[in-house]
Design a protein around this ligand. Structure first.
Ligand code: ADP
Ligand code: MG
Ligand code: ZN
Length: 655
């Protein structure tokens, strides 16, 4: 879907009449050399610096021809010496350097040109110097600054012109990039040059979007309106001008917008919020104007503004106000008010940060309809998997429901990615069809990354990992309500895990009781508990578990009112619900400290419980962990058989 966008986009054409990369490099290099030489002339080269005593030595040996007394230094011209290396420097170089030197008033033009080497030394208060110089017959004088026209021209006129030229070139380049095409220049800012992506047919229908039944239902009305606006205008009903699709990333918001256009068979204009926001004030606003102009010529149609939060950020944030964004937003608001919805133009927006949107955008007559596009539930996931499974060759025996069970929290984009990974895996395995194990592998790839076969673990490490994972699994099963185990593995994965337990809930839950949450915390901590019970060590492998357990315990206390101490007091609230869901503390420091203590108590209790559980089941833990150690991956059934102590499965060790 994104390819269409790229096709219509005019690639920014920089180059052309303006210096390209190579030229820039050459210019930069010569500027650098010039600067280097200049600094040599002005400040003196390292090699030309001599100590004062060395200078006196030279004086005594009769090498000095002339001394120029400058405010901070003595510039000493030596009598030419055949063996001197400076004599070999090509004359043009010296002349050029001299030219610059005279241009910069360091030496007057009419001064005699030094024939030999020139060195310099710092000025030392030396009352006897004049007598010495006279004694050795050395010329000496201080330079008189005369009006040096060269220097005035160079500094007052030449340098500014150079700088202006350089800036101008830079600007031209940037402009031509932004305005899309070489036509750009100062004159065309604000003129119709906007990049608008128009698709006559999106080719997406509601059938391609699964698991979003409610969202689809709200959108069918819009589709119907686009089909025949007259039906609505005759009765005097005004349709909503815009609807805002709100939900976490990857749940199908963009897809839904396209599907509306596809169902209604109308033109689809799409732009991403960030496309509007440019460096130059006014460009975004002109793009909005342009977009609406083009759209009104093509009605009925849909205007879709993806990631609308990029322009629609609330304006009352004084700290970082952004003129460009505000202008763009104002223009958008004005256009939305201005256009006649009876013509059949519907505006759809999508965002995953609804809480930061400017209130003005959500007012009636603008994006007044809000359509939630949530993460799919179990049935939704099955349906989404089915939609995408149609695109690949699937074996009859594939059980998509089972895959949906082990992927709670996966968005549509993740699931479509899993199907594709499975197909790739099948190809790698030289299969003609995708099989269940390809899908399972794909789930693991999406969750945990690829297998790291080359990772060599010592026996000891491997054994610790085996006990750790079995600890998790045992804690789950030994507690009544916990999720059954689907698979346990100790093959390391690229996303950093050394092993993991795949668990599947028997049914999807939307509410969790306090007991269930505590059990989850116990299960999360049981990995570390197993390490302690068996080996009496602590490893770094539990960091992720600890993080998970802590955040669960914390939200129990701060958000779900599950602690005795605070009762139903809300201590934290969630920001950015659809993105990272960070919690923000809303209480005093002292209460915050008490909250931390309460969380710690929960964690400690749960950890004790995990240790007890594993001690009670120590024999089983040893048995299953050794089995896992040898086989590296065991299925949920194997695990349950071992746990129940039924006929132990025969060990067929292939590795
Ligand atoms: P969003 O805009 O919400 O971030 P997208 O619409 O861009 O997500 O979804 C990305 C891809 O994920 C889609 O192209 C589609 O292949 C897949 N996808 C997401 N949600 C669904 C869904 N509900 N049904 C089918 N496919 C989906
Ligand atoms: Mg999107
Ligand atoms: Zn763990």
């Amino acid at each position: 879907m994104d390819e269409n966008k790229k096709d219509n986009k005019t690639p920014p054409t920089g180059g052309g009449r303006f210096p390209n990369g190579m030229m820039m490099l050459v210019i930069a290099a010569s500027m650098f050399m010039l600067l280097h030489m200049l600094s040599g002339v002005i400040f003196g080269n390292e090699s030309d610096r001599v100590r004062y005593d060395e200078f006196l030595e030279m004086l005594r040996e009769g090498q000095v021809e002339r001394v120029v007394v400058q405010p901070d230094r003595l510039v000493i011209s030596l009598i030419p010496d055949e063996n001197d290396e400076m004599a070999e420097v090509p004359p043009t170089w010296r002349t050029f350097a001299d030219m610059i030197a005279s241009a910069t008033t360091l030496r007057n033009v009419d001064e005699p040109e030094p024939q030999g080497r020139v060195v310099y030394t710092g000025r030392v208060p030396d009352p006897e110097l004049r007598a010495l110089l006279d004694m050795y017959g050395v010329e000496y004088y201080a330079p008189i600054s005369t009006t040096n026209w060269w220097s005035i021209i160079f500094f007052q006129v030449g340098v500014p012109i150079l700088i202006i030229l350089f800036m101008f070139m830079l600007l031209r380049r940037m402009m031509s990039g932004i305005m899309g095409g070489g036509r750009g220049g100062f004159m065309s800012i604000g003129q119709s040059n906007a990049k608008v992506y128009m698709e006559k047919k999106t080719g997406v229908t509601f059938e391609d979007v699964a698991g979003q039944e409610e969202a689809k239902e709200s959108l069918t009305e819009i589709v119907d309106f686009l089909h025949n606006p007259d039906k609505y205008t005759e009765i005097g009903a005004t349709q909503p001008k815009g609807a805002l699709l709100v939900g976490p990333p990857g749940t199908g918001k963009t897809l839904l917008a396209k599907a509306v256009a596809g169902e209604a068979g109308v033109v689809f204009f799409s732009l991403s919020g960030s496309d509007f926001v440019e460096m130059f004030v006014g460009v975004g606003a002109s793009r909005v104007r342009d977009l609406f102009k083009q759209a009104s010529q093509q009605s009925p149609c849909i205007i879709f503004i993806d990631e609308i939060d990029a322009i629609g950020k609330s304006r009352d944030n004084q700290m970082n106000s952004n003129d460009e964004r505000e202008q763009t937003l104002n223009q958008l608001l004005a256009e939305m008010d201005g256009f006649d919805s009876s013509k059949g133009v519907v505006i759809l927006g999508a965002t995953n940060r609804p809480e930061i949107l400017d209130k003005a955008l959500l007012r009636p007559g603008r994006f007044d309809r809000r359509i939630n596009v949530e993460l799919p539930d179990l049935k939704g996931r099955v349906d989404i998997l089915k939609v995408h499974a149609k695109k690949v060759k699937m074996c009859e025996s594939v059980d998509l429901r089972r895959i949906a069970m082990i992927t709670p929290g996966a968005a549509g984009a993740d699931l479509s990615n899993m199907i594709n990974e499975a197909a790739l895996h099948a190809v790698r395995m030289n299969r003609k069809e995708v099989q269940q194990e390809d899908l399972l592998e794909a789930v693991e790839v999406v969750i945990a990354g690829k297998e790291k076969k080359d990772r060599i673990m010592s026996e000891k490490e491997k054994r610790i990992v085996a006990y750790h994972e079995v600890g998790h699994a045992l804690a789950r099963v030994a507690q009544s309500n916990s999720k059954p185990v689907e698979k346990i593995t100790i093959i390391p994965r690229t996303k950093g895990s050394l092993g993991y337990v795949l668990a599947a809930p028997e049914e999807e839950k939307f509410m969790h009781s306090k007991d269930e949450m505590l059990e989850d915390i116990v299960a999360a901590l049981a990995g570390r508990a197993a390490e302690e019970v068996k080996f009496n060590t602590k490893t770094t492998g539990a960091s992720n578990d600890i993080e998970k357990a802590t955040s669960m315990a914390r939200s129990m206390v701060s958000m779900y009112g599950m602690s005795e101490k605070f009762g139903m007091m809300g201590l934290e609230s969630i920001q950015n619900r659809y993105l990272d869901g960070r919690a923000v503390l809303q209480v005093s420091d002292q209460t915050g400290a008490e909250l931390d203590q309460e969380v710690r108590n929960i964690i400690e209790d749960c950890y004790q419980k995990a240790v007890e559980l594993l001690k009670q089941n120590e024999e089983k833990m040893n048995e299953i962990a050794e089995f896992l150690f040898n086989k590296e991956t065991i299925t949920g059934e194997e695990f349950m058989e071992l746990y129940r102590g039924e006929s132990p499965p025969t060990l067929d060790i292939t590795v």
